[in-house]
Structures are given as structure tokens and as C-alpha cells.
Design a protein around this ligand. Structure first.
Ligand SMILES: [Zn+2]
Length: 418
């Protein structure tokens, strides 16, 4: 049975449970299905019945897997199904947004048992924001009637570029005080036996889409977040593709116009500076001021001089031409960049999420048109581009998935997700 005292507590992002490569294959097969029969494991791994039974018996004896009874018959005897043993403990997911904190306590299979949500300001010092997370973790453990020792791992999503191997933010524009802050060490000081995995907010949304959304069973997809910023999470061969330093998918800083406005990264004409929420608001203010949209002008007056992206969306619903043009132009710029990515990466699906994704069909149609116009026919024949239907839960389910991905590790240090 798993013993937290055997946990590897070195500074690396090590998982507490070390398995051999054969055991990892079973766990990986399990990850694809959640619940799985011996025959399915045998089909996926290519092992004989005897070898499959032997490996499973080992994992059940160690307390990692449990028999959960009979599944539906496929014509013959009803298969006996296996899943991860929820008695192993709990994982924690933390989704830190620019203005909100969301935490969940889940079993190792990803089922959320407790959750907390509150507003925050990520520009505060990391000790303050993470300190609050620590208190909320304590609250959830109490509410669940469990001890800190039953907590296995923490997955943290943050809104900035993450050096994944080190688990730190690097030059985060939104949260400069977090530069190089040791997020893992902060939690390990209070919960010494846990492992902590830190990733950027869009990668966890991609994981959430894969676990609970339409991205389940899709091997190659891109999750695009359009909000205050723009970013993408890439699932390649069923796994997150982070690149060599962790910043793969940072598409917000691809240049779309060399003469464009200065971006918060310091360069000019980045996609994010041209097409994300603040750019939409900026253009809406111009339309309100120069008389091209009396409606936006009225809204601005009614809001005390302020316009928000939601106002532009509301104006689109009223068929305001200036607002429609602003949204179409954003969609086209996002679509042009995605067309390049489609040619390069050949995904079967693109899911669009984030605050601006609620903007309905005008945005989606413009994105689709731009992608179809500029991508290779072979790459778009079966390409699906849609809003993510997983909704606001994508981030937190992804943070939980991030934590459970690293529960097991093979001895050579290569991790296997399950
Ligand atoms: Zn930029």
C-alpha cells in the first residue's frame, strides 16, 4: 500500500509513486479510459492474458488499482473493470487567474469533491495569493474530513509564461513580483510530502478540455484562449506539448503587423496587442468617440466613461456595424495566425475558450473563414473549429488533471501519465 513516508521529497517535481515500465503501461492505458477491463489492457499493451493478469495482480496488491465490478457485456461474459484506487489519497487543483482563484480537491481519478472560488488580484505578492491558496486547501481538507498526509500532489495553473522544469514564472507581464518565485517550495514547506506541478493557464485549459470536454479521445488539438491575452495549449499525440522550455503555444506574441501598437512584451504588432480584450475595448472607444457607433457612445456614457469587452459583444447583438467590424477584425487576425499553425501542426480540432470566446458566431465565423482561406486543403478537410463547450470548468479540471498526471513515475525518471 502507498506510504507517504516513502515519497520522494527531493526538490524536483517528482511523483510520490515509483512504478516500473510495465506498470506504467497499464496505468497509461487506464488513463485513456478511466475504467478498463483486463482484455482492453491486453489489447492496448499487446501482452498475453497471463502477463496482463500478472501485472494487474501486482498493481492491485500494491493498492494502486481496485476491481470495480462488472462492465457491460460485449457479447460474452461481462468483463471485470479496474480503476485507480481512490483510497490512495487526494490531489489539489489550483487555477490562478488575473482576478480569480479557483481550487478543487479531487480523488486520484479526477472526481472533484470540494471546491472553492474567490476573487483576487494576481498583481499582489505571491506570498499573499499562494498563502490564501494554502488556507483554502486546509479548509477543503477539513471539509473532506481528511489529513494533509492524504494529499498527494498539487497542480497549479498561472496566467504567465512558466519554465515548466523549474516550476517558476519567467518575465510574467501581469505579475512581475512572481518572477522566479519558488511556487513548489512554498507549498512543500507546509505540505512536505506532496509534489507540486506548475504550468501556464492555457495548458491546463487544454488538459481540462482533454479530460472533460470534446477533446477527450482527440490526439491532436489546439486549445486557444482569447481573453485579456491570447495563448494556446497544444495536445500532440494525446499529450501536452510544452516545447523545450515550456513556452510552446505562446501564440499571443506572434507578429501580425510590424507597424502595429506596442505589446506588453515590448514588441510591436503582436496578435495579443491587436486582437485581445484590451485591443477590442480600445477600438470600441475610438468608435464611440469618432461617431461611427452612436450605440457604443451611449453605452460608454451610461457606464461612466468606461467600455468593456462585454459591451462590444452586446453592441454586436444589436447589429451595431462598428462593433461587428471590431469583432470580425479580431477573429480574422486570430484566424490568420491559426492558419499558419494548422499548416504547421495539422490538428484535427481547434477549441476556443476564454472570456472573449462567449462572443458568439461573428467571432467564430471570422476565425473559420481566415483559417480556411489560408490553410492547405488537406489540413482543413476534416478540421473542426469550435468554441469549447467545457466552459468555465476547463481551467480547474485541467489543474486537477495536471496534478494527477504526475502521480506515477517510472524509475528512469520519464513520467507516464495515466
Ligand atoms: Zn507581445
Amino acid at each position: 500500500m502507498y506510504n507517504p513516508r516513502n515519497a520522494n521529497t527531493s526538490d524536483r517535481m517528482t511523483a510520490p509513486i515509483i512504478v516500473d515500465t510495465a506498470e506504467a503501461e497499464v496505468l497509461r492505458a487506464l488513463r485513456l479510459r478511466g475504467r478498463i477491463s483486463r482484455t482492453e489492457i491486453s489489447n492496448i499493451t499487446g501482452w498475453s492474458k497471463a502477463k496482463t493478469s500478472q501485472e494487474i495482480r501486482g498493481l492491485v496488491d500494491k493498492g494502486y488499482l481496485v476491481d470495480v465490478g462488472e462492465g457491460a457485456s460485449q457479447g460474452g461474459r461481462k468483463p471485470r473493470l479496474l480503476r485507480l484506487n481512490n483510497g490512495l489519497g487526494y490531489v489539489i487543483g489550483i487555477d490562478i487567474g488575473a482576478t480569480s482563484l479557483e481550487l478543487a480537491l479531487a480523488d486520484v481519478g479526477g472526481r472533484i469533491l470540494q471546491r472553492r472560488y474567490e476573487t483576487t488580484d494576481v498583481r499582489l505578492k505571491p506570498e499573499i495569493v499562494l498563502g490564501r491558496c494554502r488556507e483554502l486547501i486546509g479548509e477543503m481538507l477539513d471539509a473532506q474530513g481528511s489529513r494533509p498526509g492524504q494529499m498527494l500532489g498539487i497542480g497549479v495553473g498561472v496566467p504567465g509564461p512558466v519554465d515548466f522544469a523549474r516550476g517558476v514564472l519567467v518575465a510574467p507581464p501581469l505579475m512581475p513580483d512572481w518572477q522566479d518565485f519558488p511556487i513548489r517550495d512554498f507549498f512543500k514547506e507546509f505540505f512536505p510530502s506532496v509534489y507540486v506541478v506548475v504550468d501556464n493557464d492555457v495548458n491546463i485549459m487544454a488538459l481540462g478540455e482533454q479530460r472533460t470536454g470534446d477533446g477527450a479521445n482527440v490526439d491532436h488539438f489546439i486549445f486557444v484562449k482569447i481573453g485579456t491575452g491570447i495563448g494556446a495549449g497544444i495536445i500532440s499525440n494525446g499529450k501536452i506539448h510544452r516545447g523545450s522550455d515550456g513556452c510552446a503555444g505562446d501564440i499571443g506574441h506572434i507578429c501580425v503587423d510590424k507597424d502595429g501598437p506596442i505589446c506588453r512584451c515590448g514588441n510591436s504588432g503582436c496578435l495579443e496587442a491587436m486582437a485581445a480584450g484590451p485591443a477590442i475595448v480600445e477600438k470600441a472607444i475610438q468608435a464611440a468617440q469618432n461617431g461611427s457607433s452612436p450605440l457604443l457612445s451611449q453605452m460608454r456614457e451610461a457606464n461612466g466613461g468606461i467600455l468593456r469587452p462585454e459591451d462590444v459583444n452586446a453592441a454586436c447583438r444589436e447589429a451595431d456595424q462598428a462593433a461587428l467590424e471590431i469583432i470580425r477584425s479580431s477573429g480574422q487576425m486570430v484566424g490568420d495566425v491559426l492558419a499558419t499553425l494548422v499548416n504547421f501542426f495539422n490538428p484535427s480540432h481547434i477549441f476556443i475558450g476564454g472570456g472573449i470566446a462567449n462572443f458568439g458566431n461573428h467571432l467564430l465565423v471570422s476565425i473559420r473563414q481566415a483559417v480556411l482561406r489560408r490553410s492547405l486543403p488537406l489540413a482543413t478537410t476534416r478540421l473542426s473549429i469550435n468554441f469549447s463547450r467545457a466552459g468555465a470548468d476547463t481551467g480547474i479540471t485541467g489543474a486537477v488533471a495536471l496534478a494527477s498526471e504526475y502521480l506515477f513515475m517510472v524509475e528512469d525518471g520519464l513520467h507516464y501519465s495515466f
